[in-house]
Write a protein that binds this ligand. Structure first.
Ligand code: HMG
Length: 390
């Protein structure tokens, strides 16, 4: 039985900051961000955006009524959870009107959570072939004003519908993984902002990838030549290029050069959205599948998922006939192009905004949201309330 990705889409906030504006405000050469990090813009969440609303917006782009009735598991990978107890998935399940007799849960392991969800979904499908599983990676990446990580922020969610006989790609059972207890990036429970050892995090990502790739090759007897393209977790898009170049320690340079041709299509949306943590790898996959013109049914695509702290996993998918038509049911260009640019002052206000913590009723500002979007409407008595804008 073939199991894998049937539908795929992403959602992101309605406003963004141009990296050139950030560079000017921080007295940096814009090319440091645009060329050095590979980022052109970063999505900035509204008061009324959080991991729940972004996840619901992504899921809403792909689900039919038939899907909603067949889904028996909703998994949200996130490191921006809004409650220590209740999962983001339980709100998303309700907002999207999914079959009540479903299991809903949240997975946390930094940016790796959605991959854990995808693999769990595939295992569940193997036992329950008639079901469907909704997997979402939803996050807000916030390092804070004037920090080293500031140009690598972003916000958004990717939704993946997993079922048998998938329209987009079969997920192969070929993973190699590595867990390491390290402090490269973390966010204590009391902090709205991530803490990071920036340079070390880059090294940790690449050394994890090297070891996982070494394992993958031994386990599967495959090498770079067996892959049509590869996508990588992309905290900033230059990282994807660094990752591919790292594989040059193991592979022929001509194979690396061939794979490098897919670097541009594979960063198409990421460079305008920024880091969305759990969804970043899958945003790069959407970019690649949407933008590359020569991918064919049967092509093997490699995926490297990395979540600080750290867990890395390399696995592959194989494209299905007609994958592009299925993907193009969502207008991704519209998702990014309907957004508007923020001025620096508004960006700073939004980034430093936090909801009241004393139980008072607070209505969020929804003036920059579009009709049809799911939003955080208010908090009252420490409870979050969501709704869909009409
Ligand atoms: P930095 O020190 O400000 O930047 O921090 P830099 O000095 O290293 O410069 C960046 C690049 O720009 C360099 O290129 C420069 O040469 C180049 P590289 O050598 O790396 O190829 N550059 C220029 N290029 C063109 N024109 C110029 C120019 N000036 C410089 N004028 C850093 C960069 C990424 C460390 C920082 O932004 C940061 O700390 N970000 C957050 C951490 C991060 O994203 N880490 C990635 C790996 S860990 C990970 O992926 C997990 C994560 O997603 C979290 C999770 O799992 O949940 C973060």
């Amino acid at each position: 039985m073939q199991i894998g990705i049937d539908k795929l889409a992403f959602a992101t906030p309605t406003r963004y900051l141009e990296m050139a504006s950030l560079a000017q405000a921080r007295s940096q050469d814009p090319n440091k961000y645009i060329k050095g990090l590979g980022q052109e813009a970063m999505a900035v969440p509204e008061e009324s955006d959080d991991a729940v609303s972004l996840a619901a917006n992504a899921g809403n782009l792909i689900l039919s009524e038939e899907d909603k009735a067949a889904i028996d598991m909703v998994i949200v990978g996130t490191e921006s959870g809004v409650d220590q107890s209740k999962s983001v998935a339980s709100w998303v399940h309700d907002l999207l009107g999914i079959n009540p007799h479903a299991r809903s849960l949240e997975i946390k392991q930094a940016c790796y959570g959605a991959t854990a969800g995808l693999k769990l979904a595939v295992a569940h499908l193997a036992l329950n072939p008639d079901s469907k599983v909704l997997v979402i990676g939803s996050d807000i990446a916030k390092y804070g004003l004037e920090t080293g990580g500031e140009p690598t922020q972003g916000a958004g969610a990717v939704a993946i519908l997993v079922n048998r006989d998938p329209a987009i790609a079969v997920v192969n059972n070929d993973s190699a993984m590595l867990t390491q207890n390290i402090a490269d990036f973390w966010r204590p429970n009391y902090s709205d902002y991530a803490h990071v050892d920036g340079k070390f995090s880059n090294q940790a990502y690449l050394s994890n990838l090297a070891e996982v790739w070494r394992q993958y090759k031994i386990k599967n007897q495959l090498s770079a030549k067996d892959f049509k393209a590869m996508v990588f977790h992309s905290p900033y898009t230059k990282m994807g290029k660094k990752a591919l170049l790292k594989l040059g320690d193991f592979e022929d340079q001509e194979e690396i050069d061939r794979l490098l041709a897919y670097y541009e299509p594979g960063r198409y949306y990421n460079k305008r959205v920024g880091n969305i943590y759990t969804g970043s790898l899958y945003l790069s996959l959407i970019s690649l599948l949407d933008q590359a013109s020569d991918l064919e049914a049967g092509d093997r695509i490699g995926l490297y998922s990395y979540g600080s702290g750290a867990v890395g996993e390399f696995f592959s998918i194989q494209l299905q006939p007609g994958y592009k038509e299925s993907l193009q049911e969502v207008d991704f260009d519209q998702v990014v192009n309907q957004r508007s640019a923020l001025e620096m002052d508004s960006y700073q206000d939004l980034l430093t905004f936090s909801l009241p913590q004393d139980g008072q009723t607070y209505m969020t500002d929804k003036s920059n949201q579009f009709p049809g979007r799911f939003v955080l409407d208010r908090v009252a008595d420490h409870i979050r309330y969501y709704r869909r804008l009409t």
